[in-house]
Design a protein around this ligand. Structure first.
Ligand code: SF4
Length: 111
């Protein structure tokens, strides 16, 4: 690893404009700390955005009905998960709540 070089600022009026000015270590530490804080904030926004993208839709929004639509029904939809332990209703990766195997909605996709 190369030794760190002191950062210099462009000549300023403070020293007459003739000499570059060395940036104090405390300013670099503050800038680094601020950068890390911004990264943390950006990460939180990204996580919030992702979790929102995977949230489910309400049944009303997808015109959920408790009967099939022609030959389409939840039990043959790719988003459907059958009930476990002999239950009546399964779940859906797209729609909220219990999902009946013979139901249907307008997000149906053949599985
Ligand atoms: S997306 Fe619609 S049709 Fe498919 S399983 Fe979910 S509720 Fe049923």
């Amino acid at each position: 690893m190369l030794p760190r070089q002191p950062r210099v600022m462009a000549p300023t009026q403070r020293n007459g404009g003739s000499q570059p000015t060395r940036v104090p270590d405390s300013d670099r530490t503050t800038a680094r700390r601020r950068f890390i804080q911004l990264l943390g904030s950006a990460s939180l926004f990204a996580i919030a955005g992702c979790s929102n993208a995977t949230s489910k839709t309400s049944k009303e929004q997808v015109s959920y009905q408790d009967h099939p639509e022609e030959n389409q029904q939840c039990s043959n939809c790719q988003f459907y998960t059958p009930p476990e332990n002999g239950g009546d209703a399964g779940t859906c990766t797209r729609v909220q709540g219990d999902i009946a195997p013979e139901a249907w909605c307008n997000v149906y996709a053949e599985g």
